[in-house]
Design a binder for this molecule. Sequence first.
Ligand SMILES: *[C@@H]1O[C@H](CO)[C@@H](O)[C@H](O)[C@H]1NC(C)=O
Ligand SMILES: *[C@@H]1O[C@H](CO)[C@@H](O)[C@H](O)[C@H]1NC(C)=O
Ligand SMILES: *[C@@H]1O[C@H](CO)[C@@H](O)[C@H](O)[C@H]1NC(C)=O
Ligand SMILES: *[C@@H]1O[C@H](CO)[C@@H](O)[C@H](O)[C@H]1NC(C)=O
Ligand SMILES: *[C@@H]1O[C@H](CO)[C@@H](O)[C@H](O)[C@H]1NC(C)=O
Ligand SMILES: *[C@@H]1O[C@H](CO)[C@@H](O)[C@H](O)[C@H]1NC(C)=O
Length: 214
Amino acid sequence: MSQTFKQVIALLSGFSLSLILLVHAQDQSGFISIDCGATENSTYTLQASGLNYIPDATFINTGENKLILPEYRDGYILPYISLRSFPEGIRNCYKINVTSGIKYLIRAAFLYGNYDGQNKVPDFDLYLGPNLWDSVRFPNASEATTIKELIHVPLRNYIHVCLVNTASGVPFISAIELRPLPNASYGTQMPNDTLALAVRYDTGPTALNYTLHR
Ligand SMILES: *[C@@H]1O[C@H](CO)[C@@H](O)[C@H](O)[C@H]1NC(C)=O
Ligand SMILES: *[C@@H]1O[C@H](CO)[C@@H](O)[C@H](O)[C@H]1NC(C)=O
Ligand SMILES: *[C@@H]1O[C@H](CO)[C@@H](O)[C@H](O)[C@H]1NC(C)=O
Ligand SMILES: *[C@@H]1O[C@H](CO)[C@@H](O)[C@H](O)[C@H]1NC(C)=O
Ligand SMILES: *[C@@H]1O[C@H](CO)[C@@H](O)[C@H](O)[C@H]1NC(C)=O
Ligand SMILES: *[C@@H]1O[C@H](CO)[C@@H](O)[C@H](O)[C@H]1NC(C)=O
């Protein structure tokens, strides 16, 4: 078994454990669930998960609120129905307050849903602060959804999540979710090493449901 594969397995078992702990506790302290592009003051509890979502207006000043087209909404939870798009500027950033020194799972979700009626998916870059997190690409307009995840220990009491226009369409984002993790989960060599999600398996699903994350 290769070293890399072993590391992936270690990562997976660590995650299952921490996820179970988080879900069991149903304690949302430290959870930050942002519904990008949601109308101002539209805070709500997502019934399926019991988690509270807040609109993104207090985290960013730029961009435009948009909705995916109705024919794409089937099977997607409310936080993914609205999005914020960034037709102006090369780099647009969310500033989100966090607790420095705590390990976070940071998730960014993207669902195109032909919100602009162009039926043409963009291609852009996602940054965590000054560091490239990942490129956001979609196979085609009908399968245009993706989720990016990182495990990260912020050094400051805020993070910047940035969308960078690479001249291949207008960047957008549907949701940003932060979950504090137990300190010991996903041990890395340096306490502040950042991990990207390789793959996740649900080891105890109650039903086939790929749209529901906590
Ligand atoms: C949101 O709430 C604030 C404070 O209550 C209010 O001033 C503002 O008009 C509200 N915005 C909308 C879009 O309802
Ligand atoms: C999956 O989650 C959605 C969103 O909450 C819910 O409407 C649906 O019933 C769930 N499906 C199953 C098979 O549990
Ligand atoms: C983030 O923290 C700063 C400094 O403590 C504070 O001024 C600001 O209002 C906070 N922002 C939000 C959105 O809570
Ligand atoms: C879009 O991409 C998905 C995944 O690669 C593929 O299964 C699907 O057939 C594609 N649809 C079209 C219309 O090309
Ligand atoms: C988390 O781990 C760091 C580094 O090992 C340690 O300094 C810190 O006290 C731990 N925090 C908690 C809450 O256990
Ligand atoms: C991680 O922490 C160490 C020691 O605090 C520091 O020297 C290093 O620059 C940090 N690395 C990153 C990527 O922040």
